[in-house]
Design a protein around this ligand. Sequence first.
Ligand code: OFO
Length: 172
Amino acid sequence: MLSKTIESALNKQIRIEAESSQVYLAMAVWAEVKGLEGISNFMYDQSDEEREHMLKLVKFVNERGGHARVSELNAPNVTFKSFKEMFEKLLDHEIVVSESINELVHISLQEKDYATHNFLQWYVAEQIEEEATARTILDKVNMIGDDKGGLYLFDRDIQQLTVNSAAQTPTA
Ligand code: OFO
């Protein structure tokens, strides 16, 4: 059975994951409108993944005798000055999410809730991977700068990145 403290902390994370899904959905839409299909598909996939993260938490809270809360969400940014700015925001966002997961892990230890602590390790690992991906992308975007040809190739390459991360999902 979840303590009220843990239940409310997990519900806060449910909201953050749902907002993450919206953040990436907005990025997917913006990239699609700009004609960059690879980047857009990558963001649509990220958005789906965040929804999965949210659902995993929802199921966990309900299974352990809590009540998962479906709450209102903050609206995401829907426009960006450049692709560079968009990917910077992506990394910033993942860092904020990692901090939130770390805080949740801390609360689970304080509450001596080892089942929740164990469950959260998947999120800890996931955040390491997502931050690393965001940093890799940002490095590439910084190399490209304003070069249109580079952006074209990057748009094609990022589809490969999507394929790789999708291929890892079943074994994760
Ligand atoms: Fe939910 O994994 Fe990133 O934010």
